[in-house]
Ligand binder design. Structure first.
Ligand code: ASP
Ligand code: MG
Length: 420
């Protein structure tokens, strides 16, 4: 007997028919003798629908009074799907009970719409599990110290599931979703992309932060911190497939590097089009300029990613960095109005038509020449690299957006990811 947390995404919960399917699958696991906790998302589209209603009444406003109500509102999506699943399970003859976050309780801080989980009380849930019930806990939400309902940010039910698994010391957290695992890259860009049997937690973290939408990044951080064994698998297999086959399907997120002695050097290619490049040209090269430019950007709550500073010539240098595309115009305005005059810099230039392509692999730690292989492969395709950034287990390049697919395909091939 094991204690297992199942998480089902919005698509998997998207209709009463699909909820019935989830119930049959969960009941199968319970009949096999396991204690099961389920963390569902809202039915697909529901969170957007609810937040859209709020927007119709009043445009999004910063400030706690409005955000508090958004959480009050959005949390109902998961409350509905959880109750429906409990009803479906009961109709399968499986005793089941659902709880909203505050009933467990899942305690969070008070940062409405992006709250962080602080603690989870396991007493009520363990009591029900020991009484033979399947326990369903709403994803995406919690309660703050003042009894206000909070939500964890879009995609937050992944994080709820992992946090619940950590609190209950579950044997495994199974993330059921509409894809059958984590791939070497997006199969829509590279049809030869393969599903990875395993991916290390650190690689998953890099991939999640660079555009792979499979898991909310915070859930991966949580899994890493509490060493929660986690697997991503499909909820679209027939519910009655052999349970052992199901348990071994998808992609397992591992923590033991040496389990994978034959680990490929590069495990995956990540990419995103969400960034834009900004250059401040003709900056006097003296101490403090990085702080003057990036400090102002950070003070405006804008996140910066890749940064480069050119060699200086005649006491002047150029300074470039990337920001999220949504922050592009705001950053340029800020620089023009506040930073350029103070710096005495000549001008600011920007390019929103860029993308970032990254190779990721823990194997890069113990192999030299991986980055140069990446650069060679891009040069063979005639792709100009505009910026580079590296970490122990990844190398990212910023290139013209129009070459993104070509670059991803070339790298996928160069690092033999097409081959099993
Ligand atoms: N329903 C929430 C959302 O759409 C949480 C989730 O699905 O993970 O963001
Ligand atoms: Mg999701």
């Amino acid at each position: 007997m094991a204690l297992i947390v199942h998480k089902y995404g919005g698509t998997s919960m998207g209709s009463t028919e699909r909820i019935r399917n989830v119930a049959k699958r969960v009941a199968k696991w319970a009949r096999a003798g396991h204690q099961i906790v389920v963390v569902p998302s809202a039915m697909s589209g529901e969170t957007n629908r609810l937040l859209g209603l709020a927007k119709e009444l009043a445009p999004a406003k910063p400030g706690d009074a409005y955000s508090r109500e958004l959480d009050m509102l959005a949390s109902t999506g998961e409350q509905a799907s959880s109750a429906l699943l409990a009803i479906a399970l009961q109709s399968e003859g499986q005793p089941s009970v659902s709880y909203a976050g505050w009933q467990v309780a899942i305690k969070t801080n008070s940062a409405f719409t992006k709250a962080r989980i602080e603690s989870i009380d396991d007493a009520r849930v363990m009591g029900d599990l020991n009484a033979g019930k399947v326990v369903i806990i709403t994803g995406f939400q919690g309660v703050d110290d003042n009894g206000n309902i909070t939500t964890l940010g879009r995609g937050g039910s992944d994080t709820s599931a992992v946090a619940v698994a950590a609190a209950l010391k579950a044997d495994e957290c199974l993330i059921y979703t509409d894809v059958d695992g984590v791939y070497t890259t997006d199969p829509r860009v590279v049809p030869e992309a393969r599903r990875l049997q395993t991916v290390s937690f650190e690689e998953m973290l890099e991939m999640a932060s660079m555009g792979s939408k499979v898991l909310q990044i915070r859930s991966v951080e949580f899994a890493g911190k509490y060493k929660v064994p986690m697997r991503v698998l499909s909820s679209f297999t027939p519910w009655d497939i052999d349970i052992n086959e199901e348990a071994a399907s998808g992609t397992l997120i591992t923590f033991e590097e040496d389990e994978q002695m034959e680990q490929a050097v590069v495990s995956g290619i990540a990419f995103n089009r969400d960034e834009a490049k900004i250059s401040v040209l003709g900056v006097p090269d003296k101490p403090g300029i990085a702080y003057q430019i990036l400090g102002a950007v950070a003070d405006a709550n804008i996140e910066v990613d890749v940064i480069i500073q050119n060699l200086s010539k005649d006491g002047k240098t150029d300074f470039s960095f990337t920001v999220h595309r949504n922050d592009y115009a705001k950053t340029i305005d800020l620089l023009k109005e506040k930073v350029l005059p103070a710096l005495g810099a000549a001008e600011v230039a920007g390019d929103a038509k860029i993308c970032k392509v990254s190779i990721v692999g823990i194997g890069m730690r113990s192999h030299v020449g991986v980055a140069s292989k990446m650069f060679r492969s891009l040069s063979e395709e005639g792709i100009n690299i505009q910026m580079i950034s590296t970490s122990e287990i990844k190398t990212s390049v910023v290139i013209d957006e129009k070459y993104m697919e070509l670059a991803v395909r070339a790298l996928h091939k160069a690092f033999d990811l097409d081959q099993a």
